[in-house]
Each structure stands twice: as C-alpha cells, then as structure tokens.
Design a protein around this ligand. Structure first.
Ligand code: UDP
Length: 471
C-alpha cells in the first residue's frame, strides 16, 4: 500500500488499540518494517502502549513477474505498474482469507483497494468496514459526479460545470477529473475502481479520517443522501503525541529531526513556509527550478521536501534543477530535504506559517490540524476536490493555479505564480484572516479527538457497535 493509505491505517490501529481494541495489522514484508517502526518507537506518551500484532503475508512477487522478494512497484515504470498493482491486490485475497480463518477477528477493516474483503467478511459472518483515506467533501463530490455525469453537458474540458446536489454551489471541470471518471473510458484501472467503489457502497460502513466540525454539511449530506453508515474518527495524525512518534511516522526521516526542530526554534512564529507534495507526486527538473525561484522571490524562509522524477536522476541531472549558487544563497534561510520529512513534526511547529501542499487528504488534514493556511497545488487522485474544500469552503487556502489532472504530465507552474500564492498566505490582511480561520479549525480538530469531542464519540460508538459482533 502507498504511504498515504498505510500511515493513517497505522494511526488508526494505534488509536483503536489505545481504546482497548485488540488489533492485528495484516501487511506484506516491506511495509511491515516501517509499520513496526511506527508502532514500536520509544514514545512514552502512549498509555497503555499499543499492543498491535503484525501478520505478514508473502508478497506475490513471482506471480506478477517481479524478481523474488521484490515488492517495489515503484520500480515498474509507466503503465505497466497499474495491472501489477491490481493483480497484487487481488492475489492477496486467498492468504488473507486463510489468516482470517486462523485468527477469527470480530471485524475486518480494509482499505478500499481490497474490494474482496466484503466477500471474506461475509464468509465468516463479520462486518467489513472500509477505509477510503479521503474526506466527506471529496467523497460526496466524486459520488455526485459519478452518478449525474455533469461533464457530459459541457462543450470543453475547461468549461466549468456545477457539481449536482453538492452543498455550496461548487463548480468543477472535466480536466480536473481522473480519466476513469470520464464517460466511455474503460481500462484496467477504471474497472478496478468501479469494483472498489461498489464494494465500499455495499460494506457494513465507512471509516472517515475527518472530524464533524470541518465538513459538517458534507458529513450530513453523505449520511442522509447515500444512507450509509460512516464514522468520522480523525484527524488520525493527532494520535501521535511526542517527537519520537511524529518522527517515526511512515518512514525514517532523511534528516535529523532534532536539527530540524532546532532550526525551526530559531525562526519567528508563523514565518516559515513548508513545501511538500506527499509521498507519490514528483516533479521534473524544470518545475523544481520554478519552485526554487518562486520560493527565493517570496523572501520567506522555507523547508522544502524534494522528490524528483526518475528520468532526471538517470540522466545524471541531479544538480541541474537548482539555480546556480542557490544553496549558498539560501543558507540559513531554506532547508531542502531530499527524501522523507517528519511532516507532522514540522507542521506542528509554531515557526511554520504556511504549507504548500499537493492536497493529498492526509496532508490537507495535517495542515488543518496544525492550523496553517495552505497554498494548494493538486496533482492527481481526489486532490482537486480537496483544493476546493480548502479554497472555497473553508477559505484557508490559495490556489497556485493548477488546471489539469496529471495524466502523463501535469500543469507547468511558473515561479511568479508560486511567489504570488506564497505571499498571499503569508502577508497582509487576507493572510491574517486565513491564519485566524486556520487556527480556529486547528483548535476544533484537537477538541474533536478529546473526551466527548465529535471524533472521540464517534469512535466510541463504532467500538460499541463492533463489540456486538464479539458476543
Ligand atoms: N509524508 C511524510 N513525509 C514526507 C512525505 C509524506 O511524513 O516526506 C506523510 C504525510 O505526512 C502524509 C502522507 O505521508 O501523512 C502522505 O499522504 P497524502 O494523503 O498527503 O498524500 P499521498 O502521498 O497519498 O499523495
């Protein structure tokens, strides 16, 4: 599973475990390493410490044509990756079923990419819960577009259409939709996604990494219009309390977290911009250069997490993407992290005043929980809906101006647009209003997970309902 799915799953396991639920995480060897690090860190804040069992299934490398023991689908370039990904997801059904037979859980909580989990749960007479990894707004928007197909009534991919039935009169364009949503579009992924969404609409219920106050209208809309059971139990990232826990989340950091914190401690409150595009999105050298120039021109200190497209490394262009003398000029002003960053730790620091994000749902919610306004730079998946939520509904974000879903290449954003958007979230009256609103939402997020808060209570209701299957 991709980090964006796996990280909140592990948070969820920790959270449930801290509330007395016995948890087994079923995974494959490669992911088990980072999961194990996340669970067994040296944190002293979890009380009682989580008792989470790891059950490791063999990865079907040979069956999908990978070298023995290789689990890295990232090594498969281009379109070949999708069919392999789908095959792996499907092939895990049998070993998973055998594990359920042996361990006899009272409930299965499975990612949306395992549609067969419905059948396994049915076989053992237990509920299957689905984890989408998205929020209410994007789930409602995507469902309404899927059902009503409003993009059929526009004359071009750039002509806006209103998302039918979605509160707030939100417009969208066909260009911002994944192709598997387009009419008459059929490929392996579209078929797989159809199966995944169908299974999730027929499962026992959904777990949403969100909190009621953030998306109340859309949570109500989802429950009332679609009539499905759903529990919001987030923001899940908030279950990580101390430095060790936050630093071990997902992967090992490419930098020393204490050094990073020391640097942030030396910065003025709300003065640093954090720039990160999640665990999947990568940019080519030209785009990275524009980001570098835009950041410098904004005159804000920054932490920038860089992931490059593979081709550039292969061509040995590693140094070319930074303007000449950049790192020397930026010394003390900007920190570039090449690799994994301790994101939650950084975002939660009072020195951070803005977040340039690709709007992955985890990052979006982590930005909300940290109370920072955001520059939105969606790339793919449901990120364009999340951008709408931030910029038009919550009004704590400014778009950098991306117009199209990545497909083969995404939009090219010029440095001037980067600088302008950063200034808008960092300087002046508009920025102050956004910051105040973001801080308010951050407080609400923290309240939601404390005793009697909306997420705390929903989690309690979920556990109570699942316990009825244990008796
Ligand atoms: N993340 C991180 N360090 C990184 C990159 C990502 O900790 O250098 C975490 C981030 O905090 C978030 C997750 O990885 O929890 C990324 O999920 P998201 O939904 O934002 O985006 P995706 O990676 O799925 O596109």
């Amino acid at each position: 599973m991709a980090p964006g799915h796996m990280i909140p799953m592990v948070d969820m396991a920790k959270l449930l475990s801290s509330r007395g639920v016995k948890i087994t995480i079923v995974t494959t060897p490669l992911n088990s390493i980072s999961i194990s690090n996340s669970i067994h860190n040296n944190s002293k804040s979890i009380s009682p410490p989580p008792k989470i069992h790891l059950l490791i299934l063999k990865f079907p490398s040979a069956e999908v044509g990978l070298p023995d023991g290789c689990e890295n689908l990232d090594s498969v370039t281009g379109n070949a990756m999708i069919p392999k990904f789908i095959s792996v997801c499907n092939l895990l059904q049998t070993p998973f079923e055998e594990a359920v037979m042996e361990h006899r859980p009272h409930c299965i909580l499975a990612d949306i990419f395992f549609p067969w989990a419905n059948d396994v749960a049915a076989k053992f007479g237990i509920p299957r819960l689905t984890f989408h990894g998205t929020g209410f707004f994007s789930t409602c928007a995507s469902e309404f577009i899927r059902i009503h197909e409003p993009y059929k009534h526009v004359s071009s991919e750039t002509e806006p259409f209103l998302i039918p039935c979605l509160p707030g009169e939100i417009t969208f364009t066909k260009m911002k939709l994944p192709e598997f949503m387009w009419e008459n579009y059929k490929n392996d992924l579209s078929e797989f996604m159809k199966r995944a969404f169908e299974a999730s609409s027929k499962c026992y219920g959904l777990i949403m990494n969100s909190f009621y106050e953030l998306e109340a209208e859309y949570a109500d809309c989802y429950r009332n219009v679609f009539g499905r059971k759903v529990w919001h139990i987030g923001p899940l990232s908030l279950c990580n309390k101390d430095i060790e826990e936050k630093a071990q989340r997902g992967n090992k950091s490419a930098i020393d977290e204490h050094e990073c914190l020391k640097w942030l401690d030396s910065q003025k409150p709300n003065s640093v911009v954090y720039v990160s595009f999640g665990s999947m999105a990568k940019f080519n050298a030209d785009q990275l250069k524009e980001i570098a120039i835009g950041l410098e021109a904004s005159r804000k200190n920054f932490i920038w997490v860089v992931r490059k497209v593979k081709g550039d490394e292969e061509k040995g262009e590693d140094k070319d993407w930074l303007p000449e003398g950049y790192e020397q000029r930026m010394e003390g002003k900007g920190m570039i992290i090449r690799g994994w960053a301790p994101q939650v730790l950084i975002l939660d620091h009072p020195g951070v005043g803005g977040f340039v994000t690709h709007c992955g749902w985890n990052s979006t919610l982590e930005g909300v929980a940290a109370g920072v306004p955001m520059v939105t730079w969606p790339v793919a998946a449901e990120q364009f809906y999340n951008e709408k939520l931030l910029t038009e509904v919550l009004k704590i974000g400014v778009g950098v101006g991306v117009q199209k879903w990545v497909r083969t290449v995404g939009d090219f954003i010029k440095s001037e647009a980067v600088e302008k958007a950063i200034r808008r979230v960092m300087e002046g009256k508009e920025a102050e209003e956004m910051r105040n609103k973001a801080k308010e939402l951050g407080e609400m997020a923290k309240k939601a997970i404390t005793e009697n808060g909306s997420s705390y209570s929903d989690l309690e209701a979920l556990i109570k309902e699942m316990k009825s299957f244990a008796s």
